[in-house]
Write a protein that binds this ligand. Structure first.
Ligand code: SF4
Length: 363
């Protein structure tokens, strides 16, 4: 099963170039791109994972992580297979590096998926686990079906995408969490097989041209991207180019995939990074993947009141009014809010959409 795509062109030497991401794979008939889920057949680039998933799960939105987008609500997360980056530290490598279509055990049409999200009470659907850039046609159709039902769409992505498909993709998204994997071209080229410049361009595009709420995540890897000078440079760039209100999450690495020789990120590293970012003017900086209620909570940028207490994915005290203004000083908290917080908590609920559909049709 395949889906035709439109971002590609023919080269003079007979090959076909995919124009979805800056990797610009040039393929002969029958070849696949680096992501392995797009390939050339009958002279065109086709997507082979449309309608197929490596699994569905209802998560807290804080797990994406998004702290300023409908806090406390649940999100139906899913991914497919393949990725356009080659991060040596990939924390989802079983899916992102999968060349076995057997990992795509579940099937769902966009309409089925949107209906399931609505039935499960999810405020949004997240395209995650592997980068939705490589399955953009499927993600867009799901997002459209979701919009019709009042369910929003969240992209969890590395932001490595060419401008024309990017504009189309984000026109259908409501929120995004973009991985900023480091702040040197060396790290991007050597560790991720991608480029920093293109990702920064996507971040500026999201800030200045798209109507999408977005937050940034940086996974800190000991001795690779966690030095003070690099963190200084990164957080100054964010404050300067994107403004102080973009939430930034520093998360902890655990040894995985081709990076088993590194230690887990110490909690002290996340705290140090957070302090640097706050010093450089960012208002909302979080620590993640560690137990750190102080670093996971949200504080009013105007008066310093803790307005959302968070412990990992669990919300505690809520000190915002219905329009997300601080109860202490009435300053507006930036983000997307819908009155009171959701009550999903920290639960994680795996779902089989195909089974869901079957049991529904049997009722
Ligand atoms: S989306 Fe896949 S096939 Fe297309 S350029 Fe990127 S890695 Fe290559």
């Amino acid at each position: 099963m395949y889906h035709s795509t439109k971002y590609w062109h023919k080269l003079d030497d007979g090959r076909v170039q995919c124009d979805v991401c800056p990797r610009a794979c040039k393929m002969h008939e029958g070849q696949r791109g680096l992501c392995f889920v797009r390939g050339v057949e009958d002279g065109e680039v086709r997507l082979y994972t449309y309608g197929r998933s490596s699994g569905f799960c209802v998560d807290p939105i804080e797990k994406k992580p998004l702290n300023h987008f409908l806090p406390g609500t649940s999100v139906l997360s899913f991914g497919t297979a393949g990725c356009n980056l080659a991060c040596k530290f990939c924390q989802n490598w079983d899916m992102s590096k999968s060349r076995e279509m057997d990992t795509l055990a579940d099937r769902a049409s966009p309409e089925q998926l949107a209906a399931s999200a609505q039935r499960l009470g999810c405020a949004s659907v997240a395209y995650t686990y592997n980068d939705p850039v490589v399955f953009m046609e499927y993600a867009i159709d799901v997002a459209d079906a979701c919009r019709e039902r009042g369910v929003r769409s969240v992209a969890v992505t590395a932001g490595y995408m060419c401008p024309p498909p990017r504009a189309e993709f984000y026109a259908h998204m409501d929120a995004a969490n973009v991985d900023l994997k480091g702040f040197t071209e060396r790290f991007y080229r050597k560790i991720c097989g991608a480029g920093l410049g293109e990702v920064l361009e996507t971040l500026e595009y999201l800030k200045h041209e798209a109507k999408v709420w977005f937050e940034i995540t940086t996974l800190l890897i000991p001795d690779e991207n966690d030095s003070n000078p690099e963190l200084e440079q990164m957080t100054r760039w964010i404050a300067d180019k994107l403004g102080p209100d973009i939430p930034l999450h520093f998360t902890a690495f655990h040894p995985d995939w081709k990076m088993m020789d590194k230690q887990r990120t110490p909690a002290a590293t996340l705290t140090r990074a957070r302090e640097i970012a706050l010093k450089n003017g960012l208002h909302y900086v979080y620590t993640g993947n560690v137990h750190d209620p102080a670093g996971a909570s949200t504080y009013c940028a105007s008066c310093g009141t803790r307005v959302i207490e968070r412990d990992w994915y669990e919300l505690g005290e809520w000190r915002l009014d219905k329009r997300a203004r601080c109860l202490q000083c009435a300053a507006q908290l930036p983000g997307v809010f819908n009155g009171a917080p959701g009550t999903w908590g920290a639960r994680r609920l795996p779902v089989r959409i195909a089974v869901e559909e079957l049991s529904r049709s049997a009722v």
